[in-house]
Design a protein around this ligand. Structure first.
Ligand code: A3P
Length: 333
């Protein structure tokens, strides 16, 4: 399998050349296919990963040790992860920043991805990163599917907040995001039909999308004290209600004052709103250390944007898959 020519992609998207022997040997045994970008994807433990991500996943599985007090946000890519990162960070740190009016809220200066790191990113930079500087409760994020989580996450009392979104909106958001990653000067985009077909066949970042969602949905039914299941649409429709549910689940419920008098609930929702975050200087002009432009994480932030992109045939196909996959589970997205 010769490496695809991806030299025109930003450095952080090019194929990795420093693979461990373990990773190289593993990849040689896995089904592989070209992804949405000129990069290979590999099918490991029932899920598709780019080479770079697979390397990181193996490190997370080997080295990450969850603590009982940890809180981990898990999501399918493009389900609003950045929004929930901002909300969880604000929720858990609210007493400090709310009572300390002189201190600027970190969300005003930093992108939520900097405040709540992905386990994959931490283990991409360093095989076994030192996490001792994280204060308790440590707050991380990941896209790792339930079946591939490190054992310590399943066996400890750490809490998991899971976020997903309607598959049609997820697909469109992922397609737009991928196109943004392609260098403008090449004038290329990933063709809609081709990437849609891959998405439907499960070949997408951390896909198949439906298997990812079902894994956590079932876990949330079996272990409601451990896994909190939330959708982007629920969060959009009744943000106050969902935020209060989230606070209860995490053991930091809002007081009556915070709910009604003090504005604690509304203040968090306002701070983390699309309107507020997307207009901040850091999110308009800043970049992550990975090279991603912060503005690429804020596009429209709407429910149902797929109507502008998908043909009736595409809608019929994806709806049929969703119905078949979720049949009997009680889950609707
Ligand atoms: P769209 O591309 O549909 O606009 P992720 O963080 O998982 O990558 O998800 C990105 C999606 O969440 C994008 O969706 C983005 O616009 C949307 N988003 C970002 N911040 C948001 C916010 N504060 N509220 C609602 N949606 C938000």
């Amino acid at each position: 399998m010769s490496a695809p020519n991806n030299s025109r992609l930003p450095k952080y998207l090019q194929e990795v050349d420093n693979l461990t022997d373990e990773c190289r040997e593993l990849i040689s045994t896995l089904p592989s296919e070209m992804g949405w970008l000129p990069m290979f994807m590999h099918f490991y433990q029932g899920i598709w990963y780019s080479t770079r991500t697979l390397k990181a996943i193996l490190q997370v599985q080997h080295h990450f040790r969850a603590l009982d007090s940890d809180i981990v946000l898990v999501s399918t890519p493009k389900s609003g992860t950045i929004w929930l990162k901002a909300i969880l960070f604000s929720l858990l740190n609210r007493s400090y920043y709310h009572s300390n009016k002189k201190v600027d809220h970190p969300l005003l200066r930093k992108n939520p991805h900097e405040l709540v790191p992905f386990l994959e990113s931490l283990h991409m930079l360093d095989t076994n990163p030192d996490l001792s500087s994280f204060t308790s409760p440590r707050l991380f994020a990941t896209h790792i599917p339930f079946g591939s989580l490190p054992e310590s996450m399943k066996n400890s009392k750490c809490k998991i907040v899971y976020l997903c979104r309607n598959p049609k909106d997820t697909y469109v958001s992922l397609w737009q995001f991928t196109n943004n990653l392609l260098p403008k000067e090449t004038g290329t985009t990933s063709p809609l039909e081709e990437t849609f077909d891959k998405f439907c066949r499960g070949v997408s970042m951390y896909g198949p999308f439906w298997d990812h969602v079902l894994g956590y949905y079932k876990a949330s039914l079996e272990m409601p004290h451990k896994v909190f299941f939330l959708t982007y649409e629920e969060m959009k429709e009744k943000p106050r209600e969902q935020l209060k549910r989230l606070a209860d689940f995490l053991g930091c419920p809002f007081s009556e004052d915070e709910e009604e008098v003090d504005g604690g609930v509304d203040e968090i929702l306002r701070l983390c709103s699309f309107n507020n975050l997307s207009k901040l200087e850091v999110n308009q002009n800043g970049k992550l250390s990975t090279g991603h432009e912060n503005k690429s994480f804020f596009r429209k932030g709407e429910v149902g944007d797929w109507v502008s992109y998908l043909t009736p045939d595409m809608i019929e196909r994806i709806d049929r898959i969703t119905e078949e996959k979720f049949h009997g589970s009680g889950l609707k997205l």
